[in-house]
Write a protein that binds this ligand. Sequence first.
Ligand SMILES: *[C@@H]1O[C@H](CO)[C@@H](O)[C@H](O)[C@H]1NC(C)=O
Ligand SMILES: *[C@@H]1O[C@H](CO)[C@@H](O)[C@H](O)[C@H]1NC(C)=O
Ligand SMILES: *[C@@H]1O[C@H](CO)[C@@H](O)[C@H](O)[C@H]1NC(C)=O
Ligand SMILES: *[C@@H]1O[C@H](CO)[C@@H](O)[C@H](O)[C@H]1NC(C)=O
Ligand SMILES: *[C@@H]1O[C@H](CO)[C@@H](O)[C@H](O)[C@H]1NC(C)=O
Length: 487
Amino acid sequence: MNCRELPLTLWVLIFVSTAESCTSRPHITVVEGEPFYLKYCSCSPAHEIETITKSWYKSSGSQERVELNPRSSSRIALHGCVLEFWPVELNDTGSYSFQMENYTQKWKLNVIRRNKHSCFTERQVTSKTVEVKKSLQITCENSYYQTLVNSTSLYKNCKKLLENNNNPTIKKNAELEDQGYYSCVHFLHHNGKLFNITKTFNITVVEDHSNIVPVLLGPKLNHVAVELGKDVRLNCSALLNEEDVVYWMFGEENGSDPNIHEEKEIRIMTSEGKWHASKVLRIENIGENNLNVLYNCTVASTGGTDTKSFILVRKADMADIPGHVFTRGMIIAVLILVAVVCLVTVCVIYRVDLVLFYRHLMRRDETLTAVVDEIHSLIEKSRRLIIVLSKSYMSNEVRYELESGLHEALVERKIKIILIEFTPVTDFTFLPQSLKLLKSHRVLKWKADKSLSYNSRFWKNLLYLMPAKTAKPGRDESEVLPVLSES
Ligand SMILES: *[C@@H]1O[C@H](CO)[C@@H](O)[C@H](O)[C@H]1NC(C)=O
Ligand SMILES: *[C@@H]1O[C@H](CO)[C@@H](O)[C@H](O)[C@H]1NC(C)=O
Ligand SMILES: *[C@@H]1O[C@H](CO)[C@@H](O)[C@H](O)[C@H]1NC(C)=O
Ligand SMILES: *[C@@H]1O[C@H](CO)[C@@H](O)[C@H](O)[C@H]1NC(C)=O
Ligand SMILES: *[C@@H]1O[C@H](CO)[C@@H](O)[C@H](O)[C@H]1NC(C)=O
């Protein structure tokens, strides 16, 4: 197994609110209102037996020392080598001593006021420091009162995180936002009364003390297009350790350039406890001397340095339009193009409806400029030749009429032909050759039921191919409607 795959060994900091098995600290601070106890430290099980006389004494201020017994206060209980307070109060402040045979132990007790506006009392916090990414563990335990505790809650900055747990525990890799006050509150009953014991940790998360090799972000060489007379801001940013420095270097042989300014460095701590720094070099009123020289930005640490360079180059004339304006322009142009294409497509598809609508609106014939002469013959008077194609009507006389009409239409070009396929004609060989030259849009197909309604596409197309005529007012509409019969 590759040893790199092994997880890094992490320092583990465990903060456990265990009560000491005995009270060894000679000076003790405790918050009023909480259960509290003092326990003699050299108490063996042999000493616990009742027959050995044990005495507790208290003295405060100038007062004589007094022996304590359960009758001296209802809040005091004596169990072998232990003195219990249910709870401890401000007037319990003083010196305490324990005596058994010729053994003795002394303590100084200072009972302080509870902070009524917070879930914990600031003077009674245990401060711990943990490094970012190292293990942070908080376990709420109280071994002395363990058997009496009903429930325990864990608060962070007085907001409940976990509750009613036996031993609420937090175990994670520390992040900066884990910093704060963590309070373990144990609730317990004694003689029918509810008490609580609060233990608060002040957790400070500090950055990783191990150093990184600082790096500058972005490419090592940057060409910046500029215009003479304008200003430019060169932004140099780096990932670095707290004590590392970022600075700008540029040729100053001819004395310092009054148009070049180093702006204030901006630093932000990353979630890993490292720093993100950026420093801007501002060059005002760019001149020829500012072009094509190196502006270097360097980050330096004990671990090494890293440098990146900027070169100002004259902006090419064609690239005069700023990037965003150009992009926006392109988008607008494409949109307009798409709209035009759509419009044209719609016009082509609905050209018949559009023309009919136009005629209806204007009530005039836009084809009259193709002038119709006063001609004598019947055919010459016609402007349209309508041919209804149906096999059963294909007789010799009809063929003759058809041929002469076609001559007028195709040779003289005075008549336009409209071909109507009444019954589907699959075989066109019996038709005169010239008919095949007809433009496809001048061939209308009669589609049985579909074409019956005079709102149908068939009649619309026919109307479209016919010359327009001005509607004569006062005329009965039904007179001009096509009369159809199925034959
Ligand atoms: C703990 O007990 C004290 C009184 O001794 C009370 O003021 C406080 O509100 C209690 N805390 C909680 C979290 O119940
Ligand atoms: C908690 O720790 C922070 C950081 O070390 C410190 O500034 C603050 O004073 C501490 N708070 C208390 C109540 O001790
Ligand atoms: C807490 O414990 C006491 C006695 O030990 C019991 O009377 C009480 O019901 C318990 N409360 C809860 C919420 O468990
Ligand atoms: C410089 O660039 C960094 C990221 O590359 C950015 O976080 C920072 O805000 C920039 N500073 C300025 C002044 O533009
Ligand atoms: C800038 O950096 C380049 C390459 O690292 C170096 O050759 C040049 O001398 C530096 N110029 C200045 C003014 O520091």
